[in-house]
Design a protein around this ligand. Structure first.
Ligand SMILES: Cc1ncc(COP(=O)(O)O)c(C=O)c1O
Length: 455
């Protein structure tokens, strides 16, 4: 969205020069109120003092005065802002051809093959789309078509996209709107720091999975049936949560025995962000495989490219309804060339290795800060997906929302470091930088946070 201010008319100017100024004042104040109202639905980072970025490279952003900012949050610009290999691949393919999937083209085949190599064998059908929302909307369609059931279980505080179908399954959004649809059921967020089962529980994975089992039984008791369980492999909007071990595998078992499918939303977490694995769901272990995986943000390094991977069986049921699936831009030769280039850079520059090394160092630095600053309740994360949970007291774990906001503001103003907050109380300072983030960047961030929290 873009709000254009009304241009001054000659009457306005005359009124300004010769009039009482009253009409002008009234007009401006009502315009401004209206604009402020509209702005509420489309927010800028640092709305009190927004930044105008005019170029970027790697993990750095530059404003119109040439001021450099360290970007700790752009998980979309996965291999680094404006990476020359990606620009080159896009421009080269743009120069030759850009059509759609109604014509044969090698790029889509090559790209699907490369993605397939990162996933368990049974996820062998790929639908290319333009955004994470499109991928999740399609996942919902596929799940409902395949199971012939309607209901969906989601995690509390989850966000799965901006389409109406996804607002319906995103508690983070629907709680502020008309509310929960009767076919949507919310399971507790498996947060072992603040949730109902914490780090001292002998098996939080099983305990949280059992909350889903109970929920499914409740759904059945109402005569309804589960089509899908949707969850981010690492709930990000929920506050950079690391799912307890065993949770996903158990939930998948319960959901499948209810006739539903397990959808892993990897829109934020995929493409090696966790370092040790290509997909965050793989942290659960070799034996675990979702039925549908959705991916987006980092996939095109800023180019609108997203995808859904699923099994032949689920795709077959979708095809069987006789309704054609066509997506005008999804899977076009340019998008696939960009996707291939992103995969090449991840490999060539060992960005997963970097995520592991730098992510571990960042966590280590933050854990040291936790010993010095009572306000840091927990440091959690894996690879370059890290969160610092700020609290006002360690026993009650009360979220320190105001301090988190102040920290974000001061890091930007004093140190030119961009971070932001997440979690139900916006008290978790999150780090999801481009994957080229360096050890020096990590040290700078930790030093600045230390200085601000000390002050
Ligand atoms: C976990 C998750 N899923 C889906 C989406 C929707 O993706 P998009 O904005 O590309 O439609 C988002 C976007 O923030 C997201 O964070």
């Amino acid at each position: 969205m873009c709000i254009r201010h009304r241009r001054k008319t000659p009457e306005d100017t005359r009124e300004e020069k010769h009039g009482t100024g009253k009409i002008q004042e009234r007009r401006h104040s009502s315009d401004e109120e209206e604009i402020n109202r509209v702005k509420q639905s489309c927010r800028l980072f640092y709305s009190d003092d927004p930044v105008k970025i005019v170029r970027a490279r790697g993990q750095y952003l530059f404003d119109e005065n040439g001021q450099r900012y360290l970007d700790c949050i752009s998980n979309v610009h996965h291999v680094g802002h404006c990476h020359p290999s990606i620009t080159k691949a896009a421009a080269a393919q743009m120069d030759i051809l850009n059509t759609n999937t109604r014509f044969l083209h090698d790029n889509i085949i090559l790209y699907a093959d490369r993605l397939a190599a990162t996933l368990p064998e049974k996820l062998c059908v790929f639908y290319f789309v333009n955004s994470g929302s499109e991928a999740n909307d399609l996942a919902l369609r596929l799940a409902q078509q395949y199971t012939q059931h309607q209901d969906v279980v989601v995690l509390d505080h989850a966000y799965h996209g901006h389409l109406m179908s996804l607002i319906d399954i995103s508690p983070y959004k629907f709680r502020k709107l008309a509310g929960q649809k009767e076919w949507v059921h919310v399971a507790p967020l498996p947060d072992t720091y603040r949730g109902m089962y914490r780090e001292n529980h002998p098996d939080p994975g099983q305990a949280y999975a059992d909350t889903v089992k109970d929920l499914i039984e409740e759904v059945h008791s109402k005569g309804r049936k589960i089509a899908a369980f949707f969850a981010e492999s690492l709930p990000s909007v929920g506050g950079q949560i690391i799912l307890p071990h065993g949770y996903s595998a158990k939930v998948a078992e319960y959901v499948r025995s209810a006739g539903g499918v397990f959808v892993a939303d990897e829109v934020q977490t995929g493409f090696g962000r966790v370092g040790s694995h290509f997909w965050a769901f793989q942290l659960e272990g070799e034996g675990f495989c979702p039925d549908i995986v959705t991916m987006g943000k980092p996939m095109g390094n800023g180019h609108p490219l997203a995808c859904l991977a699923t099994t032949a069986e689920i795709a077959g049921a979708f095809t069987a309804n006789g309704v054609e699936y066509f997506n005008t831009f999804g899977g076009n030769p340019v998008s696939c060339a960009v996707g291939l280039a992103v995969l090449d850079v991840i490999e060539k520059e060992d960005l997963r290795g970097n995520a592991m090394r730098v992510g571990a160092h960042l966590k280590d630095l933050f854990t040291k800060l936790q010993m010095r600053h009572q306000i840091i309740g927990e440091v959690r994360g894996v690879g370059l997906f890290v969160g610092i949970d700020l609290i006002t007291d360690r026993e009650k774990r009360t979220p320190a929302t105001e301090t988190a906001a102040q920290l974000v503001k001061r890091l930007k103003e004093e140190d030119k470091i961009c971070v932001s907050t997440d979690g139900p109380w916006e008290s978790v300072v999150k780090f999801k930088p481009p994957m080229c983030f360096s050890i020096e960047d990590a040290e700078l961030v930790a030093q600045c946070i230390d200085r601000i929290l000390t002050g």
